[in-house]
Design a protein around this ligand. Structure first.
Ligand code: FES
Length: 84
């Protein structure tokens, strides 16, 4: 598990093994667009504020991985903060 913090609201949620950031946001009523939910379309792209991200998508270029995350598939280590 890891923790996702939302920069805009200050809320934070634990993301358990087997759940995605996208699923957890929706469970808590946070609206988040998605399409493929498999890391290939780019719809769920979210600005990354900070943290150690385990990028698992096939969309982002290497130089984008410090500032964006695909929340349908990528995960974090410890706590990550996203701009939402
Ligand atoms: Fe397609 Fe996340 S919904 S990359």
């Amino acid at each position: 598990p890891f923790t996702v913090e939302l920069a805009q609201s200050g809320r934070s949620f634990e993301v358990p093994v087997g759940s995605t950031i996208l699923e957890i946001l929706r469970e808590h009523g946070v609206d988040a667009p998605s399409s493929c939910e498999s890391g290939t379309c780019g719809t769920c792209r979210t600005a990354l504020v900070g943290g150690d991200v385990d990028h698992r998508d096939l969309v982002l270029e290497d130089h984008e991985r410090g500032s964006a995350i695909m929340i349908c598939i990528s995960r974090g280590r410890g706590t990550i903060e996203i701009d939402r």
